[in-house]
Design a protein around this ligand. Structure first.
Ligand code: CTP
Ligand code: MG
Length: 280
């Protein structure tokens, strides 16, 4: 795995994994659902490591700490787990506070959805390269392939939209860490709901730079997406066979090689309970 250190210091990634996966349906929390015997969150961490990330903050649920620990037992990077918030943006804010704590020298941060397990290393590296070129907010995106209509106020009617300029936005999104922290404080203080972190940065006037995303980086949202993700994984297997199965939710894994140290944390600034799980 290549780790691209420059004067911008280590790169920390916040992996948000605290959602419940309502649209995916039964089968446990989405981030812990498995593909090829490996939890989505573990695939995501591996993908970020392959793209040049040095340190991971996983935002999950305290009640699932043991499951996350099992799922990430062979993670290629040091990771820490913190409690999620009510909405995704709250989870990101909690993760950023922890990122600043565990990686005080980090200038850049990536924010990634655990629900996108197969982001190619090239996409992660492209986001990092744009940050190192001076961007403060970077998002990977792909052209929209469907014909899109906007529903009109009149029921049953809709207006077609020129799709040539439309882009579907993915993660990991990359940021200057201090800028993103400021952006999240701002959206929280004005009560603005944002669905991604680039929106929070735009709210404080930052310019957002686009880089090419990838169709492989699909977001697992509904049961159909899990089937597609399985197919992506099978297509990659010759190059990246997974290690022995690492069940994340059935408690059978015994390969718990990452030392679990008590956190020095206590409560973070916004009252987030630190779970006291860290891998190194
Ligand atoms: N997420 C989070 N904290 C929340 C809500 C979402 O960390 N309070 C994370 C999810 O775990 C996921 C990512 O944000 O990795 C994108 O969210 P989404 O795909 O909507 O996942 P869920 O919220 O889990 O799914 P659903 O909306 O179907 O319940
Ligand atoms: Mg959701």
């Amino acid at each position: 795995m290549t780790s691209v250190h420059t004067s911008s210091g280590p790169v920390v990634a916040v992996v948000v994994a605290a959602g419940s996966g309502v649209r995916l349906g039964e089968g446990g929390p989405k981030a812990l659902r498995t593909i090829g015997g490996r939890a989505l969150v573990a695939h995501s961490v591996e993908a970020l490591a392959a793209g040049g990330v040095d340190r991971i903050v996983v935002v999950g649920r305290a009640r699932l700490a043991d499951d996350f620990t099992r799922a990430l037992a062979d993670a290629p990077l040091p990771w820490t787990l913190v409690e999620g918030g009510e909405e995704r943006q709250d989870s990101v804010a909690n993760g950023l506070a922890e990122a600043e704590r565990v990686a005080p020298a980090a200038r850049h941060v990536l924010v990634h959805d655990a629900a996108r397990p197969f982001v190619p290393a090239t996409v992660v590296a492209a986001v990092l390269a744009a940050l190192r070129d001076g961007a403060t907010a970077v998002i990977p995106a792909v052209p929209v392939i469907d014909t899109i209509r906007v529903a009109d106020p009149v029921p049953g009617e809709a207006t077609v939209v020129d799709r040539s300029r439309l882009r579907a936005v993915q993660t990991p999104q990359g940021f200057d860490l201090a800028t993103l922290v400021r952006a999240h404080h701002h959206v929280r203080s004005v009560g603005l709901a944002v669905t991604d972190d680039a929106m929070a940065c735009e709210a404080i006037g930052e310019r957002v730079v686009l880089v090419d995303g990838s169709r492989d980086s699909l977001k697992v949202t509904e049961p159909f997406d899990l089937l597609v993700a399985e197919a992506v994984w099978r297509g990659r297997r010759p190059a990246a066979d997974p290690p022995a199965a690492h069940p994340s939710t059935d408690g059978t894994s015994t390969d718990d090689t990452s030392a679990i140290h008590p956190s020095d944390g206590g409560a973070s600034t916004d009252g987030t309970q630190m779970m006291g799980r860290t891998s190194r």
